[in-house]
Design a protein around this ligand. Structure first.
Ligand code: FAD
Length: 459
């Protein structure tokens, strides 16, 4: 091992890379990490964290509206984008600093610059020379994908730029139907921007339960977002006052900003994978086994660059499993089953386990428990509805999926995920006494099986 400068060289100081580097360094290994942008990666710098701040900022408008029903008079409330941006950036810088210190305190060395593989044991960091390592971990994440052939696409921004707009636009068109597009539609709408969300598919949020998808699309429209489904951009044209968005359904819409959130791709460009012989999947992700090892014996990859489940906690756990396996002699695979997730749409979603459609495919007969109700908070105004849904395997009574749309759904789902991951049955679930007065209590009080429309019970 001593023939190499480092025991481990990590490329990318995001969620997965930092966790792996820290743990490895804490075991006494000689570790270096290269980062071409800012330490913290997508999550901290241009993903989960700044996005959640924007969600918080944008929710106030809705709270103010609800407050009126409770007797409050709120006059003269205004929002100042530059103030918000400055506070957000201060906090992001603080968090990034913590990541740097944590790496340094663990004994890992940081190299600033783009890294590329020269061969299976050599990494070149731009402007800093080459380094050798016994093991290499690729943790370079993902980046927004853009349809390069669309006329005028150069006028569109991605989520990366949405965090730094010089001013808040009056009108925005957001293309995409995934969680990032839906979340940003809620953010801009909440901040008073006239928002259009356009998605080429028949419904938003592919991969989520169909009842959740249609419920959320309705709720977004109730909040004032124009949702255009089954159409996509054919062109973006610069006009004197902004941009003209031309859609495939023949409609057009003017906006001051056009944002594309139509997908992300593994970030492997310029990484030199071919020099080390690292293979990709047919979707362009680094191919790995259950232990995150690539086809090259001393090279591993974790996080979004492997395109398994592209979420921060998953990248962290994959990085941790790698470090435990290789530096603590504890072979560990991260279990990708029953990973809960949240969408910070307005209203938000919490989801864990199978969708109804997938459960029917995999298990055949399933029971559905479903409630749609007005959350108590809106008793004095507002027509928002929440949705709670459980999917149960008829044969074993096991709860296969839980999906919630409504206030605090992301907080709820974290707890539900523990029981579901442990294999809870519906009768054990029902034996849990409700917490009153909450929306979550509906989850443990759903006794009536839900029949599809037309078979008796109506949602
Ligand atoms: C807008 C948005 C919102 C999101 N919200 C959520 C959320 O709410 N919850 C959630 O769980 N997930 C969310 N995600 C996803 C989450 O951010 C990612 O899953 C997570 O950051 C992946 O971690 P990673 O370590 O794989 O990669 P990253 O965090 O992307 O880190 C990769 C790092 O590698 C660096 N890098 C790349 N190539 C090189 C190179 N050649 N040399 C040196 N450095 C390099 C990059 O600069 C980057 O810092 C969101 C993502 C986006 C874009």
């Amino acid at each position: 091992m001593a023939q190499y400068e480092y025991d481990l060289f990590v490329i990318g100081a995001g969620s997965g890379g930092v966790r792996a580097a820290r743990l490895a360094a804490m075991s006494g290994a000689r570790v270096a990490v290269a980062e071409e942008h800012r330490v913290g990666g997508t999550c901290v710098i241009r993903g989960c964290v700044p996005k959640k701040f924007m969600v918080y900022a944008s929710e106030f408008a809705h709270h103010f509206k609800t407050a009126k029903g409770y007797g409050w008079t709120i006059e003269g409330a205004t929002f100042d984008w530059p103030t918000f941006l400055a506070e957000k950036d201060k906090e992001i810088a603080r968090l990034s600093g913590i990541y740097v210190r944590n790496l340094q305190n663990a004994g890992a060395e940081l190299a600033h610059g783009k890294a590329k593989l020269v061969d299976a044991h050599t990494v070149e960091v731009a402007g800093q020379g080459t380094h050798t390592a016994d093991k290499i971990l690729i943790a370079t994440g993902g980046r927004p994908w853009m349809p390069a052939e669309l006329p005028g696409i150069e006028h569109a921004i991605t989520s990366n730029e949405a965090f730094h707009l010089p001013e808040l636009p009056r009108r925005i068109v957001i293309a995409g139907g995934g969680y990032i597009a839906v979340e940003f539609a809620g953010i801009f709408n909440g901040l008073g921007v006239e928002t259009t969300l356009i998605h080429r598919g028949p419904n938003l949020l592919r991969g989520f339960d169909d009842d959740v998808r249609s419920h959320v699309a309705e709720e977004l429209e109730k909040r004032g977002i124009t949702v255009v489904l089954g159409a996509q951009h054919t062109a973006i044209e610069k006009t004197a006052g902004g941009f003209l968005n031309r859609f495939s359904d023949g409609h057009e819409r003017e906006s001051d900003v056009v944002m594309f959130a139509v997908g992300r791709e593994p970030y492997v460009e310029g990484l030199g994978l071919e020099s080390a012989g690292v293979k990709l999947t047919d979707k362009g992700a680094v191919a790995v086994d259950d232990y995150s090892r690539t086809n090259v014996e001393n090279i591993w990859a974790v996080g979004d660059v492997t395109d398994r489940i592209n979420l921060t906690p998953v990248a962290i756990r994959e990085g941790q499993a790698f470090a435990e396996t290789m530096f603590y002699d504890r072979p560990t695979k991260f279990d990708h089953e029953m990973v809960a997730s949240a969408v910070f749409s307005q209203p938000p979603i919490g989801s864990v386990g199978l969708t109804e459609a997938d459960a029917r495919k995999q298990y055949g007969k399933v029971d559905i428990y479903l409630a749609r109700l007005k959350p108590m908070k809106y008793a004095f105004g507002g027509d928002e509805r929440s949705l709670l849904k459980l999917i149960v395997d008829c044969a074993t009574e096991r709860v296969l999926g839980c999906h919630v749309v409504g206030p605090d759904a992301p907080e709820m789902i974290q707890m539900a995920a523990i029981a579901i991951k442990m294999g809870v049955t519906k009768s054990q679930w029902d034996a849990t006494c409700a917490v009153h007065q909450t929306l979550a209590e509906e989850l443990v009080t759903m006794r009536e099986k839900h029949l599809p429309m037309g078979l008796g019970q109506v949602a």
